[in-house]
Design a protein around this ligand. Structure first.
Ligand SMILES: Cc1ncc(COP(=O)(O)O)c(C=O)c1O
Length: 380
């Protein structure tokens, strides 16, 4: 089956009991057993397994071209569970432009558990090679990144990582691209992570995370941790993600079409110093983006010539673009990362330009979006 069909059907069968076409929301914490230690269909307790969660997990695995999916309470819960694969004193190489919350988890929480991190420019595969040490057990990439939309050549980095003596695990946070645009497991990644809160959910109404792998042993270790640590997603949220995912391909196409129209407008605008969009020829990794992504996605960043004050003015002046954190919903959002989502990296190696504005371009009518950005820039 092709992607669009999998998005609607993978992991989901009409209910064998009554024919319900939509996966039921199994609001149960426990399951009747036929005898002591004899659960009827393998289900014992909903932290370990739940049928609605299972449908979502199977759907995620199919979409990423993996064999196993695991769903979590948030993207960061998924990230945290992956890092728990490591023993203390392990070294991790991570991108130097990862999501601020990922950086905070690594730098402020996991360092306390004796994990060591080096943040490297993963857009240059050589700098990943230089950062690897004899203790490196995991390499963490985000591509495109949040908020600079830097693109890493997944295949090139995977080759370097896999030729290292320790065989570190290579993880790609695929939140911005989604499996519709980019499939890291096919390019050599061992693990894909998502904040499903964004494009997979697509409607800004639910928080969740995902981990997808091909390897059975790795899947078993992660399933053990999912149950042992317990950062699981609930059945209602699983249902909302299943529903959101059904329209992922058509949403992503429209996000990209609208984003491209806004990029064309921004490139002419005298108040905009620089704009960043992976599918624009001015992007430094344009060629790689074109190779490994189906389209440019719905995220645009631009830097106001007037700096922080001008960025705040624009963000406060839009009428259709809502001033809010997060991204990936059908509605357009605008924010100033240095003052909002990326406050936790202020003063660090991952600091963001204070004049940078981030747009999550929604699927509204593109002329309305253009009018809105135009009038907001006029006021800045
Ligand atoms: C790229 C990326 N990864 C991970 C996360 C964390 O996900 P969550 O907010 O669902 O915990 C985010 C959140 O913004 C993100 O943008």
């Amino acid at each position: 089956m092709k992607f669009e069909t999998l998005a609607i059907h993978a992991g989901q069968e009409p209910d064998p009991n009554n024919g319900a076409v939509m996966t039921p929301v199994y609001l149960t914490s426990t399951y009747m057993q036929d005898g002591v230690g004899r659960p009827r269909q393998g289900y014992e307790y909903s932290r370990t397994q739940n049928p609605t969660r299972k449908a979502l997990q199977d759907c995620l695995a199919a979409l990423e071209g993996g064999s196993y999916g695991l769903a979590f309470a948030s993207g960061l819960a998924a990230t945290d569970t992956v890092l728990r694969l490591l023993d203390s004193d392990s070294h991790v190489v991570a991108g130097d432009d990862v999501y601020g919350g990922t950086f905070r988890l690594f730098d402020k929480v996991l360092r306390r558990f004796k994990l060591d991190f080096t943040f490297a420019d993963t857009t240059d595969p050589e700098s990943v090679a230089e950062a690897l040490t004899p203790s490196t057990r995991l390499v963490w990439l985000e591509t495109p990144t949040n908020p600079y939309l830097r693109v890493t050549d997944i295949r090139a980095v995977a080759e370097i990582v896999h030729s290292h003596e320790n065989k570190p695990l290579m993880v790609v946070d695929n939140t911005f691209a989604t499996p519709y645009l980019q499939r890291p497991l096919e390019l050599g990644a061992d693990i894909v992570v998502h904040s499903m809160t964004k494009y997979l959910g697509g409607h800004s109404d639910v928080v969740g995370g995902a981990v997808i792998v091909k390897d059975k042993v790795l899947a078993e270790k992660l399933a053990f941790l999912q149950n042992a640590v317990g950062a699981v997603i609930g059945p209602m949220d699983s249902f909302l993600f299943l529903r959101g995912i059904k329209t992922l391909p058509i949403r992503m196409d429209r996000h990209a079409e609208n984003a491209m129209a806004i990029v064309e407008f921004l490139e002419e605008h005298p108040k905009v110093g620089k704009f960043i969009y992976p599918f624009h020829p001015s992007h430094p990794q344009y060629k790689i983006a074109k190779q490994q992504m189906r389209n440019g996605g719905g995220m645009i960043s631009f830097i106001m010539k007037g700096g922080r004050a001008a960025a705040i003015k624009v963000a406060e002046a839009t009428k259709i673009f809502t001033l809010a954190e997060s991204l990936g919903g059908v509605e357009s959002l605008i924010e100033v990362p240095a003052a909002m989502t990326h406050l936790s990296v202020a003063g660090s190696q991952l600091d963001v330009d204070p004049g940078l504005v981030r747009l999550s371009v929604g699927i509204e009518n593109k002329d309305d979006l253009l009018d809105d950005i135009r009038q907001a820039l006029d006021k800045a």
